[in-house]
Design a protein around this ligand. Structure first.
Ligand code: 26Q
Length: 841
């Protein structure tokens, strides 16, 4: 490798004798030559390793830095534009952003994939190997965190000015290993190998107060004011990551806050000679952004979680106000005209009280004006109806941590309840139901109520979910302000979940309908014209087959299990939860096992059952379900009588990176939650876009998926939400279903007598007991309908041509589920944020 280095700029002007363009091109040039020179430069100046020791990992970092350089001008131009221009900006506040690997996505969005491949080849490297070096920042639990990431991609692609605000957890969601069939959690120290995408801004720091008490005082004008005297002070520093839109100059920002000790605090201790107290202080402060909490944790109601939420919310709001005042010195009264702040579930809902505090205590606004600005600025998206998942904080914990906020919440509540009384006189029961303070058990602060009262728009994430929201958990609020309630059905980005992860299908689409689908997914409808074209159907099948081989290879490496890519790939990947009913899918597997064992002459269309997903470490039943899957898998896979027809795989550590291999390889997508429990689901959309057929209940976005696909292209089973409620109200008795269905009884008996656990009858007893005595999510009530539906699936699978037609139609009709459509709806109906095209000059 020989580079000619320009002695003034320090950048290569020549590489292996070839010119790379004018000086400066190594930072921004988009040709293969410029990229190659840029990577060489970074290997020398940023990675600082001699050629003899370079590994693909080093090339990964050098290429990533070169790609980041290429976003820099766009990034700064975008940022400068929204400071200069009067465009309204969306701020998406989310405790989680599950971004996934960045390199491939950034190459795609910048339009330089081929150039990068060539550049790396010139350097003797395979781009795919380089891409595989990237780990993933696991800064989210699942759907909600990934949705935030898809929305950032769409906001940038639609040229909407936006900032994502969240937490830079030092440890993301744990890494899952499977040992002896059990989930084992390993810490995810994702930052150890550095993060080439972020830029730290130590100068952009905000103070965060905590604990202590409040006092009143008279200000210079004689006005009565409140002062918060905190017990602890720390600060948040920002780490910014560029979010490049596809095919546009817009490059937005993801700002993640990291907690630090306040220097002056540490210094005080140091000066008095107590060096160790100073260090201690630092250690305690830095724990705030240390670790992401798993959902479904019984222990999640921890003080530290509240501190995390307050920490990132106050830093974000201070940043917003700071930028606002910088923007041509706008008055605070213009806040709602220049900013739309969206609360991703209740996790950032303390923002309602915090903005009030900042406006009143720090910026001296009066209550009425502050409240008006607050409500007009915030929107709230709800992601769950499960009562146990609705966030509440014990009043004592809340008041000790945020004494000023508790006062503000009392005041908000008093004024709000007065409004309720005016509209619904003599209805004290309604007052109790709607109060921001819950009185059932110990007193609590109800965060969903706070978010609803403090926002001008409240939405659910699928049509059914938004209806149920209005009819159940937020019913009284809907009665109060019907105009606030709406729906925005979730979407997923077609860049990552089609173009990037399914290059075979991408090429077929480009050849068939052109490339416009990437930013206008409705154009997939153009595929309908090719459903009857046998050559096209053959290519469709070839793509799917290749994707299945790719996944099979990965499964073999990860688990040692061999898969035949001609078999049906039947997949359920998502967090493990009883309401999602992974155990219902296991009952189907055991049913087939039982049939095959009882009838040696029986043949069935061969299937691979693939599971993936993490269980919250403290969720007992979810961890048993993983054990159940692996126990059944071990038995099935080892039995020559059945393994000719079925295999069971538990794919360890399901995450965004390996999801890229999973969705494109699926024939059948399992979306089998109890109706009324899954707010939307987004995996269901990723499968559909990639041509899988869905077997599902009428839950979440499945309802709309079926509407779009057509009932004849969707395998429907199970009780509806209304029927579920009715069965429960009438007193659900799982044993009645067992007594009425000998096959179900036999299946449960196989588990109970230890057929999958080497005769051990204890390991899976909690699962059997749960089925028989509780079954809170009505798996047994839906069992027969599910099994019959699966038998129908197998029948259709036998007709390969019919299946292919249905598969094509599913993709062709999946356009609605693009996050571009969802973001356009948020922008038009909630945020009032229009496009701002960014000019590089
Ligand atoms: C709360 C308190 C303390 C600790 C953790 C949490 C916590 C963290 C994450 C609670 C919930 C979550 C994540 C929820 C989530 O992912 N919900 C899913 O959101 C998707 C996007 O809208 C929907 O498609 C899914 O239906 C919904 O389950």
């Amino acid at each position: 490798m020989t580079d000619v280095v320009n002695t003034i700029s320090g950048e290569s002007t020549e590489h292996n004798g070839k010119p790379v363009g004018p000086t400066g091109q190594t930072r921004s040039g988009m040709t293969a030559d410029a990229l190659r020179a840029a990577v060489s430069d970074h290997l020398l100046y940023s990675i600082a390793r001699p050629p003899a020791v370079l590994t693909p990992e080093h090339y990964y970092r050098a290429l990533s830095l070169a790609v980041r350089d290429r976003m820099q001008k766009r990034w700064m131009a975008t940022t400068q534009d929204f400071l200069d221009l009067s465009s309204k900006v969306t701020c998406y506040l989310s405790a989680e952003f599950l971004m996934g690997p960045q390199l491939g996505n950034n190459l795609l969005n910048l339009g330089i994939e081929a150039e990068a491949r060539q550049a790396m080849a010139d350097l003797g490297q395979d781009l795919d190997v380089i891409l595989d070096c990237e780990g993933e920042p696991g800064l989210g639990n699942g759907g909600l965190g990934r949705l935030a990431a898809c929305y950032l991609d769409s906001l940038a692609t639609l040229e909407r000015p936006a900032i994502g605000y969240g937490i830079r957890y030092e440890f993301g969601i744990f890494k899952q290993e499977i040992q002896d069939g059990w989930q084992v959690e390993k810490t995810d120290n994702w930052l150890v190998r550095g993060n080439p995408w972020e830029i730290d801004k130590p100068d952009a720091a905000y103070t965060v107060n905590w604990g202590g008490h409040t006092e009143t005082y008279e200000d210079v004008t004689g006005k009565f004011r409140v002062r918060w005297l905190p017990q602890r002070v720390l600060k948040g520093v920002s780490y910014d990551t560029p979010v490049q839109g596809y095919g546009v100059n817009t490059c937005n920002t993801l700002t993640l806050w990291s907690a630090r000790a306040v220097e002056s605090f540490a210094l005080d201790a140091f000066n008095t000679g107590d060096f160790y107290k100073a260090v201690d202080e630092e250690v305690v402060s830095e724990t705030v952004s240390k670790v992401l909490y798993p959902n479904d944790e019984p222990e999640a109601g921890k003080r530290l979680r509240l501190l995390q939420q307050y920490f990132f919310v106050t830093c974000s709001l201070q940043d917003i106000l700071n930028i606002h005042l910088l923007r041509a010195h706008l008055p605070l009264s213009a806040l709602p005209d220049k900013w739309a702040i969206q609360l991703n579930d209740t996790h950032p809902s303390i923002a309602v009280a915090e903005l009030m505090r900042l406006l009143i205590d720090e910026h001296q606004l009066g209550w009425d004006e502050a409240w008006d600005l607050t409500v007009r600025t915030f929107g709230y998206t709800n992601h769950t109806l499960l009562p146990e998942a609705l966030e509440t904080w014990p009043l004592r914990i809340f008041g000790e941590a945020l004494p000023r906020h508790l006062e503000l919440i009392y005041e908000i509540n008093d004024r709000f309840l007065a409004e309720v009384r005016a509209k619904f006189p003599d209805d004290e029961d309604r007052i109790r139901r709607m109060s921001l303070i819950g009185e059932d058990g110990g007193k609590t602060v109800r965060m969903a109520h706070l978010a609803t009262v403090g926002s001008h728009a409240v939405n659910g994430v699928a049509a059914l979910h938004s209806e149920l929201l209005k009819a159940s958990v937020l019913k009284d609020f809907y009665g109060m302000w019907p105009e606030r309630f709406g729906n925005v059905t979730n979407g997923v980005t077609p860049r990552r979940f089609l173009a990037l992860s399914n290059p075979g299908l991408r090429e077929l689409l480009d050849d068939t309908i052109g490339t416009g689908w990437m930013t206008d997914l409705e154009r997939l409808h153009g595929l309908e014209a090719f459903v009857d074209d046998p050559a096209f159907r053959q290519r469709w099948r070839d793509v799917k087959r290749a994707n299945k081989s790719r996944l099979a290879e990965y499964v073999h490496t990860a688990t040692g299990i061999e898969l035949d890519p001609t078999w049906m790939f039947d997949v359920q990947v998502k967090r493990i939860h009883e309401y999602k009913r992974q155990h219902l899918m296991v009952l189907h597997i055991i049913t087939l096992y039982h049939r095959l064992k009882n009838d040696p002459t029986l043949t069935i269309p061969p299937r691979v059952f693939i599971f993936g997903g993490k269980a919250a470490p403290g969720y007992f039943m979810a961890k048993r379900i993983i054990k159940l899957i692996n126990a059944v898998g071990e038995t099935v896979n080892a039995d020559p009588q059945v393994n000719r027809f079925m295999r069971v795989v538990f794919l360890p550590n399901f995450n965004v990176k390996n999801a890229h291999l999973v969705y494109p390889a699926a024939n059948l997508s399992e979306q089998i939650s109890t109706a009324g429990k899954e707010a939307s689901g987004t995996g269901n959309m990723k499968f559909m876009i990639n041509g899988a057929l869905t077997i599902g209940t009428l839950d979440g976005a499945n309802v709309e998926i079926r509407q779009e696909a057509g009932a004849e292209n969707f395998f429907l089973f199970g009780l509806t939400e209304g029927q579920v409620e009715k069965v429960k109200a009438e007193g659900y008795r799982p044993v009645d279903y067992i007594d009425a269905d000998p096959e179900l009884a036999a299946v449960l008996e196989l588990i109970a007598r230890g057929d999958f656990t080497h005769g051990d009858t204890e390991v899976l007893r909690p699962i059997v007991d749960n089925f028989v005595h509780h079954d809170s999510f009505l798996a047994l009530a839906d069992y027969r309908s599910y099994i019959n539906c699966q038998d129908e699936v197998s029948k259709v699978w036998l007709d390969g041509e019919a299946w292919t037609r249905m598969s094509i139609r599913n993709t062709a009709r999946s356009g609605k589920f693009s996050s571009d459509r969802a973001i356009a709806e948020y922008c038009d109906e909630i945020w009032g944020v229009g496009p701002m095209s960014v000019d590089l000059d």
